[in-house]
Design a protein around this ligand. Structure first.
Ligand code: HEM
Length: 253
């Protein structure tokens, strides 16, 4: 019973990853996975730009729902998508996937992809951060949603409690992984790295709070920064797609 359940699930997973490897729908050299990913990136970027325009027009409710819904859907889509694809992005398979010259690969493609991945990490952190900041910085006056024009500071005690709770959760996850799949140094470094990254984010947040203590100002400044990150993310992602699947298709895919 249990075995069939496990194998049943694995079969579905295999079907799904096979489907993602089939030729895509856009008529380029891309796989279905790459096309779906590019389509979703386009949809989410458009959603955020519309949400930004809503904020600029002072339509805070529309902004709130578009940003909140868009960010949650984006996080859900890309985490489940990459779990399926197990980060098997063509680009990580090395030079094989890229049909251009070695000089172009080393001088343009790899730097572009590296920049793109750094932005992905920053974008993921900012998505969660901006949602929390949106809720903390907003208020309702006469039923109208708006940003609170006052100091918004987190005490060290509060940061300690939040970071402590996250550490307990991450260590708990690590313990269950070790119990089910055994201990490895690689695994430990992933979890320690995750905790270190969260620690760095909290450190940066304290510094940012000092620079923009006002909640409204902070949301506007960091919101514009986040929007810039998403637009550049979309551009660099599209350039990577064009290089891999239109301009210089490789042997794979
Ligand atoms: C998650 C990503 C988010 C980003 C990138 C973002 C970005 C922004 C930006 C850039 C502005 C200022 C618009 C401008 O002057 O250029 C703004 C305003 C605002 N945001 Fe967000 N925001 C996000 C999420 C949220 C959430 C979740 C809420 C509510 C819980 C929220 C509430 C507001 C409010 C009330 C305003 C003021 C709108 C007005 O001027 O009337 N935001 N946001």
């Amino acid at each position: 019973m249990l075995l069939s359940k496990v194998f049943g699930r694995n079969r579905k997973k295999v079907d799904m990853s096979e489907w993602l490897r089939e030729p895509g729908f856009a008529g380029t050299h891309a796989t279905m996975g790459a096309d779906v990913s590019q389509l979703m990136a386009t949809v989410f970027t458009m959603l955020f730009v519309v949400g930004w325009i809503q904020a600029k027009k002072g339509k805070a409710d529309g902004h709130h729902w578009l940003m909140l819904g868009g960010m949650v859907a984006m996080l859900a889509f890309f985490t489940s998508y990459y779990l399926f694809r197990q980060l098997g992005v063509l680009a990580f398979e090395g030079k094989e996937g890229f049909g251009g010259s070695q000089a172009l690969y080393d001088g343009v493609f790899v730097p572009l992809l590296t920049f793109h991945i750094i932005l992905v990490v920053i974008g993921l952190i900012m998505a969660i951060y901006m949602i929390v900041l949106g809720f903390r910085a907003q208020m309702f006056a006469n039923g109208k949603r708006m940003l609170r024009n006052e100091m918004l500071q987190t005490t060290w005690k509060r940061i300690g409690i939040i970071f402590g709770s996250i550490t307990v959760i991450v260590l708990g996850l690590f313990a269950t992984r070790v119990a089910s799949a055994g201990f490895s140094l690689g695994k430990l470094s992933v979890y320690v790295g995750l905790l270190a990254l969260i620690g760095i984010v909290f450190g940066v947040e304290v510094t940012i709070q000092r620079i923009w203590p006002n909640g409204e100002r902070r949301h506007r400044v960091l919101g514009r920064f986040t929007m810039a990150v998403y637009c550049i993310l979309f551009l660099t992602g599209s350039m990577t797609y064009a290089m891999l699947y239109i301009l210089y298709p490789g042997k794979i895919g």
